[in-house]
Design a protein around this ligand. Structure first.
Ligand code: SGN
Ligand code: CA
Length: 524
């Protein structure tokens, strides 16, 4: 009897010490935050110093230079992260799908090994979150001001600015768990800096005193691309709406309901309190007046729209960066810093005027890339940079590995833990990508492709076209070398490898060419 009691006590003690050893996981995830809008990524916006707190995570941890998504769009990226599987396997291929929450997800598996889990903020998988001890999520895209949140007890409206509210809720949840001896996994997921880029009141005039640099490709005409690049609907010039997207001057009698653009920004202004709206109008009013007087047209007007757009975007990023700072401060004050792994990432990259665009979806670098910065005290060497090819497909496996849980054989990615530890390890030398949403908002044709460290091959199958880029010599992807004989053997090699990836990942989705008369419909 005594002996078996001792055994139970020993067993309990070892379970507790195991729990104490296992790190907590804080996953900070934003929407549409391109790596080149993070100081630590050293892009053309670095001199604006947009993200001191996120940069500080990189100084204390590891920055992944070659981090990519499998499908550059919100819901699908999140579904990949939940499952560690490509979208054609997890069933969430486009933003109009609904996530089957009954399937295996990493939060459920973490719960099984004793983790407390929480999901706060933008979810965007449409069905009720599963695998979380606590969840409070934005419905759909969510609103910037005075947003609704869905909770297990129904919908609540909470006054304030979304990024700040999500941060408050995350900190409150951490506080509630202060006395728990279970390790935790927190997904703190912001709406910002998603369209329609509405900054916090305290940031409304930030950057007004500086000109933000322009991307080198702001006036790209996509002359060398396959045809889909010329038929998209995501140009700063022709598609970014002067009123609905960047809150420019409203023409007499303006009615958002008559406009063929997204209405969410203007609708959100209508839900602001009087004080919020007064501050908003005071910030934008005078500059809108000045625009009316200046009577800009052509490239000058594009430049004005770009400046308003990028300032608002970076103001939203500033809100996120402050949130990261607050969360890190809390971990420090609560004595949790040492045993917590912190990750900063975003669901895909984004065009910040690059190639003349906003939005994402393409396999081109700006939208294909995802930020991935990870800090793990005592494990990751501070200030390290990793250049292996990683994907959001790897996150679930990584979290399970960090927690000491088994990685199910049907997950399709690889744990990043060996890379974190700087251990020698066999790594992949190519990545697979597949975007499935067309025709749809922004009109980016479906495509799949392969990327190695040096090359990229893309197939726009609906229109039976290919692109090939030599990334080392042409990082901005301005010269499509698909038909250049110099690259013929590389292209052949990559096609073979692409076929192998498609069968390795079991992608059997329809990749047929559109009938010619259909193609014409989209090529007026
Ligand atoms: C909305 C946006 C689009 C965006 C999609 C997908 N319009 O339709 O610009 O591409 O979402 O974005 S908005 O004015 O409502 O923001 S995603 O991040 O959810 O994939
Ligand atoms: Ca997104």
């Amino acid at each position: 009897m005594l002996r078996s009691l001792t055994f139970v006590v020993l067993l309990l003690a070892s379970a507790i010490s195991l729990a104490a050893d296992r790190p907590n996981i804080v996953f900070i995830f934003t929407d549409d935050h391109a790596p080149h809008a993070i100081g630590a990524y050293n892009g053309w916006l670095k001199d604006v110093n947009p993200t001191p707190n996120i940069d500080s995570l990189a100084k204390q941890g590891m920055l992944f230079q070659n981090s990519f998504c499998t499908n550059s769009i919100c819901g699908p990226s999140r579904a990949v992260i939940q499952t560690g599987k490509h979208n054609h396997i997890n069933g969430f291929m486009t933003n109009s799908d609904r996530f089957n929450g009954d399937q295996q997800t990493f939060p459920k598996l973490l719960q099984k090994v004793g983790y407390r889990t929480a999901m706060i903020g933008k979810w965007h998988l449409e069905t009720t979150p599963q695998g979380f001890d606590f969840w409070q999520v934005l419905p759909g895209q969510g609103d910037y001001y005075n947003p609704f949140f869905l909770t297990p007890n129904g919908r609540v409206k909470i006054d304030g600015y979304c990024t700040d509210l999500v941060t408050d809720m995350a900190i409150d949840w951490l506080k509630e768990g202060d006395n728990s001896d279970q390790p935790f996994m927190l997904m703190c997921q912001h709406k910002a800096p998603h369209r329609t880029w509405m900054p916090a009141l305290r940031h409304l005039t930030l950057y007004d005193d500086i000109e933000i640099p322009e991307p080198a490709t702001l006036f790209d005409k996509w002359e060398d691309n396959a045809s889909p690049a010329r038929f998209q609907e995501m140009e700063i010039d022709r598609h970014l709406h002067l009123v609905a997207d960047v809150f420019g001057p409203r023409p007499e009698g303006f009615d958002i309901n008559q406009e063929s653009t997204d209405r969410s920004g203007i609708k959100n202004l209508e839900r602001m309190t009087e004080e919020q709206l007064a501050a908003w109008n005071a910030a934008y009013g005078p500059r809108n007046e000045a625009l009316l007087k200046a009577n800009l047209t052509g490239k000058d007007l594009v430049r004005w729209k770009y400046q308003r757009y990028i300032r608002n975007y970076l103001r939203c990023v500033k809100g996120v960066d402050e949130s990261v700072g607050r969360l890190m401060q809390y971990l420090h004050d609560a004595g949790l810093e040492e045993n917590t792994i912190v990750i900063y990432s975003s669901d895909q990259g984004f065009y910040l005027g690059d190639h003349g665009w906003y939005d994402k979806r393409w396999m081109y670098e700006e939208s294909f890339k995802m930020p991935f910065i990870v800090k793990w005290p005592g494990v990751i060497k501070p200030g390290s940079v990793n250049s292996e090819l990683i994907q959001n497909l790897d996150y679930a496996e990584t979290f399970l590995d960090v927690a000491g849980a088994e990685i199910p054989a049907d997950m399709q990615g690889k744990s990043l833990v060996p890379l974190f530890k700087g251990e020698p390890t066999e790594w992949r030398d190519s990545l697979y990508y597949h975007y499935h949403e067309y025709p749809s908002v922004h009109m980016v044709a479906k495509h799949f492709g392969i990327r190695t460290k040096q090359y990229k091959l893309i197939r726009f199958y609906q229109f039976d076209e290919w692109e090939f880029y030599d990334l080392e010599n042409d990082p901005e992807e301005l010269t499509n070398q698909y038909s250049n004989p110099k690259y013929a053997s590389v292209v052949t090699e990559l096609k073979k490898e692409l076929d192998e990836l498609r069968s390795q990942y079991a992608d059997n989705t329809d990749i047929s060419v559109m009938p010619a008369d259909w193609q014409k419909k989209f090529r007026p």
